[in-house]
Design a protein around this ligand. Sequence first.
Ligand code: 4AD
Ligand code: MG
Length: 463
Amino acid sequence: MNYFEKKKIKDILEDKIDNYKDVIVMGWVRTKRVSKNIAFIEINDGSTLKNLQLVILSPDEHPLAEINRGASIKVKGYLDKVEGREQDVEMKAEEIEIIGEAPEDFILQKKRHSFEFLREIAHLRARTNTFGVVNRFRSKMSYAVHEYFYNKDFKYIHTPIITSGDAEGAGEVFKVTTLDFDNLPLTDAGQIDYNQDFFAEETGLTVSGQLEAELLATALGDVYTFGPTFRAENSNTSRHASEFWMIEPEMAFCNLEEMMTLMEDFIKNLFKFAVEEAEEEMDFFNKWIDEGRRDMIKNIIESDFGRVTYTEAIEILENSDHDFEFPVKWGIDLQSEHERYLTEKHFQKPIMVYNYPKEIKAFYMRQNDDRKTVAAVDCLVPGVGEIIGGSQREERYEELKNRMEELNMDLEKYEWFLDIRKYGSVPHSGFGLGFERLLMYLSGMQNIRDVISFPRTPGSAKF
Ligand code: 4AD
Ligand code: MG
């Protein structure tokens, strides 16, 4: 059989195939109903949420008894138009071949399982309606990211996953080593001798591709990364994963203001793509996960994001009569409850908060003239909180060096990072969008574990 002879259910239901005879479909059985003279099987092949209805006119001639829910089958037959039903095509099955049986203890029987339970069987959950939709949605939105940047002539770059630095300086790096834990080589001072490790220095999994993206932006102009990032942050929340995907554009000759414009345009384009190109998925989320989600997303496309400085945001919080668990005062890092108040109660739409105190932000951010704040921006959305963090970068060699010294960073280790400030330095800016946070926002799914196929979180790395 030629690969292209096999038809996808999506194409069949969308009436995209020309020959209605001798069609071959392969998929997994969802339901089966057998009576004396006729049988019906619904199969799903993962190409769409919808199942294809198979009609079997002489049940006795087929191995129907062995075909249970979950089994994989190959069916040959012809397509028939039908009227007055949800789907206007069904397939009259002429030959049915069992590819893989599914014993009756197949766990996904026709009943609704909780998301908590489905996380424990993540190896099978993509075969449910919800997680089929989630996985297809992830795929489509990934495409949307690439399409957006391709059309803007950004270069898609690949930054390393194993690094010797901590881009965010937050100390949340997973170590990468081949040293023998039972026999660690020590220096004379009694410390672990990383010279004897695989890379001859201490290395870990990247927390962000930004630093390398900056190197390439100052050569290629506009670039972006889209890859996995890792954080050994021990926060067991519904919004944090230890491995998540981040989209990080980095633009040369670009300041904070210009970057915020791009940020908003990017988000709105992704939302537009979701509504227009991922109709089936948005319909599903709107019906089963959060009613009204689609209209909410549409409204955002039409309206402007709020823009507010950190200092103004603090004033809003101080002047509110809301009782916060974490007291508000200038200089604090905004907690989730503060972010939620701002975006859900006060602005009631996505907002960009910018110019944060330098003490609570990363070393590479550009210092403002007040010498107290840096040109950082976070994009906050209702329900999810922070989905983007970004900044204009410190492009002045001396300023950056001083800041790194203040923070006791090893300058030698970051010589290359300082170098691009030495030779043809330019104002440049970039941000990181958490892909899972974006998916949560668009879908209304409440837990990050349910928008990534195989989540890694503290205490959990199965599958
Ligand atoms: O704010 P963050 O830490 O910024 C950076 O890493 C910058 N280097 C980005 C840049 O300027 N190029 O992370 C960016 C985004 C957050 O806004 C959030 O959406 C997501 O990444 N994120 C997480 N998503 C899931 N689980 C986690 N543990 C996350 N940590 C950050
Ligand atoms: Mg952040």
